[in-house]
Design a protein around this ligand. Structure first.
Ligand SMILES: [Fe+2]
Length: 233
């Protein structure tokens, strides 16, 4: 059974919703679940923009299968490697052997660290800040946004339809309640959630330092968070 929402003629939301989760990444307390956003673009080429957390993998795969309708997947765009965006990336790439993965150089490094037994470098289309790519009938521009909120984050802008795929730039907690478009959201409530998220991230960062968990390099900060989360399980 699939659960999708068509956003434009070419673009479809194919993510998943987890209403049972109590803590995001086993660290940050949640009150109303989590939403994992992934998008499918049908523009001559078939393009997947981000994947989802493993908790909603089954519905996500069903959604992707429905949108592909028997066609091959041509591209997977990775905006951010945090597991809520990318935990199912390897499964998608392994199931779609001809798909190319659009990344920046730092993301490619992260992929090799998250999936150490995989090597997707031969399938990578590595973009630089400001690069443009034509994907079928849509033209994309890639903009790097490091530390929003990991070092590898990039945004992509679909110049054809004017859609910004913003990684976590406007991220917040909470499951959507049927509203994907901005005018269906309670911004005051969502912004408060976002402030709370940032407060918790600062707290986690402080805990890392207090416990002597230090990153070997700035790029390793996510792994320092991961190690701290494992200690608190
Ligand atoms: Fe993130």
């Amino acid at each position: 059974m699939y659960n999708i929402r068509k956003l434009t003629e070419d673009l479809t939301w194919i993510g998943g919703i987890d209403r049972k989760i109590q803590k995001f990444e086993n660290v940050y307390k949640l009150n109303s679940g989590m939403n994992y956003n992934s998008y499918f673009l049908d523009c001559g080429a078939t393009v997947l923009l981000d994947t989802v957390d493993k908790e909603v993998a089954d519905i996500f795969y069903e959604n992707l299968k429905y949108c592909l309708a028997g066609r091959a997947l041509d591209y997977v765009v990775v905006h951010h490697m945090e597991p809520d965006h990318s935990a199912t990336l390897a499964q998608v790439l392994d199931a779609n052997k001809d798909a190319k993965v659009i990344v920046n150089a730092k993301t490619l490094q992260f992929i090799s660290q998250f999936f150490p037994d995989k090597d997707y470098s031969e399938r990578a289309v590595v973009v630089k800040d400001g690069d443009e790519l034509d994907l079928g009938t849509h033209k994309f521009k890639y903009v790097f946004a490091p530390m929003v909120h990991w070092p590898e984050v990039m945004l992509s802008f679909d110049e054809t339809e004017g859609t910004l795929f913003s990684a976590d730039a406007f991220g917040s907690y909470g499951a959507i309640n049927g509203s994907i478009f901005a005018d269906g959201k309670d911004f005051e409530k969502d912004l408060l959630n976002l402030h709370e998220h940032r407060r918790q991230v600062r707290h986690a960062d402080n805990c890392c330092h207090q416990q002597g968990i230090t990153a070997r390099h700035q790029d390793d900060l996510p792994f320092a968070f991961l190690r701290m989360a494992q200690r608190h399980r």
